[in-house]
Ligand binder design. Structure first.
Ligand code: CS2
Length: 424
């Protein structure tokens, strides 16, 4: 949407070559629609449709790798933005970028800005380290060229964009009079905060003119978003999955879940944020979660929980521990995660765990039917989820075990209500 706005001002340098990393279906569909798709922007302020026209070309990295490498190396390319999810930061991604960058270096072209947009703290540093590690093991010339000419800004992107539902596709057809297989629904709110670190410093003013916030320090925005928005999202998604509530709006519509999330943010997340306007941020988030137009599936957000939890929960729990403060809300959330690994909700409906760790999580989680305490211990011992300190923290383990017992005996809703009574 930002690049579309820059294009509409007549600056044709911002056309996008969109790359799907694995699955060709969406890319093929978009190509068949000439890169055009409808976006419904809807919330309490109103409903409007937009058709961004910034997507000019498309490729799929798995089947059209060479086209992607050539696109990175094209003289007209100035930026690469990366949104590949938490689990996408692999050596294969680094190699793809490196192959394109090497061609640029060999052709004597300018460097480019490579911006990660994923929900990871220090995402630019992480991407830079990955690419540089690949370069260092292969080619010292390209490594020094990358250092001298390319920029890897950290950035925080915030806009809730659920996977499209049949209802959205039908609404698009109704409003626009054409069949659109790629229509999306989103909220009015959007925020893109990016570190002031660009291959071309002239981009600062351009991005600002389109509403992007350019700042020397993205860290405080990243941590607030990851722990407040995404941390609450993961907690609600797991609660919804286990209780059978399909959408985030259905979770926030339940008064005890709404209050739970409100206190999680206020009591356990906010004390450790460097962003001081957290109370306004919380109010805005609760309203955004309740947006009735966003049918944001809890199972979509619960996808890859093993990759998301590390950024979203442990930093707040560690902050509370350092201050000798309670972490009951996160302990209940962790207990619900353990319950979630059973793969069946409280009504007996089975669901799939869509997670690179699904097999090991379900194998560990199955034991909670017979030996619940040992199962909690085993899942809390995983440093890939909780970091190195929490697995050794006796009080944390005791509180998660307590809430897990409550969840198994009385269900998630009653456990949450119990927590609210004791923490009033
Ligand atoms: C969500 C995010 O799916 C998820 O894990 O928490 O995609 C969230 O909707 C975005 O970060 C909002 O900016």
């Amino acid at each position: 949407m930002v690049f579309d706005q820059l294009l509409s001002g007549g600056d044709t340098r911002w056309g996008i070559h969109g790359v799907g990393m694995t699955r060709p279906d969406l890319v093929n569909q978009l190509a068949a629609q000439d890169g055009l798709y409808a976006v419904r922007v809807a919330d309490g302020q109103g409903v409007k449709w937009q058709v961004p026209g910034a997507l000019w070309r498309t490729s799929v990295a798995t089947t059209g790798r060479d086209a992607v490498v050539q696109a990175i190396a094209a003289p007209s390319t100035r930026w690469v933005t990366i949104t590949v999810t938490e689990k996408g930061y692999t050596p294969a991604l680094a190699q793809l970028l490196l192959d394109g960058l090497r061609l640029r270096q060999q052709a004597g072209l300018s460097g480019i800005t490579i911006a990660s947009c994923d929900n990871l703290q220090g995402n630019g540093h992480k991407l830079q380290a990955l690419v540089k590690a690949a370069a260092a093991s292969q080619d010292s010339e390209v490594l020094s060229w990358i250092d001298a000419h390319c920029a890897f800004p950290c950035s925080m992107v915030d806009r809730i964009v659920p996977a499209a539902t049949p209802e959205v596709l039908a609404a698009a057809q109704e409003s626009l009079g054409v069949k659109d297989h790629c229509a999306l629904s989103t909220e009015g709110f959007w925020e893109w905060v990016i570190e002031n670190r660009f291959a071309d410093p002239a981009d600062v003013a351009l991005l600002q003119s389109a509403g992007v916030r350019v700042t020397p320090d993205v860290h405080s925005y990243e941590e607030a978003k990851l722990r407040m928005l995404n941390g609450s999202h993961t907690a609600m998604a797991l609660m919804g999955a286990v209780t059978g509530r399909p959408f985030i709006a259905s979770c926030i519509g339940a008064p005890h879940i709404r209050e739970f999330v409100f206190r999680l943010m206020g009591q356990e997340v906010s004390p450790h944020l460097s962003r001081s306007d957290w109370a306004d941020y919380r109010t805005a988030l609760i309203a955004r979660f309740g947006n009735p137009y966003l049918k944001h599936s809890v199972h979509q957000i619960a996808t890859d929980s093993s990759q998301k939890i590390p950024q979203r929960w442990p930093p707040s729990v560690m902050g509370q521990i350092a201050q000798g403060a309670a972490f009951e809300h996160h302990a209940l959330a962790a207990a619900v995660f353990v319950r979630y690994t059973l793969g069946v909700d409280e009504q007996g409906q089975a669901y799939a765990l869509n997670d690179p760790q699904a097999e090991s999580l379900m194998a560990m989680g199955a034991a909670q039917r017979t030996t619940p305490e040992a199962c909690v211990l085993a899942l809390l011992a995983r440093e890939d989820l909780w970091g190195s300190a929490l697995p050794r923290h006796a009080d944390w383990i005791a509180r998660v075990t307590h809430w897990h017992q409550q969840v198994l005996q009385h269900g998630v809703d009653q456990a949450a209500q119990q927590l609210l009574l004791t923490q009033a």
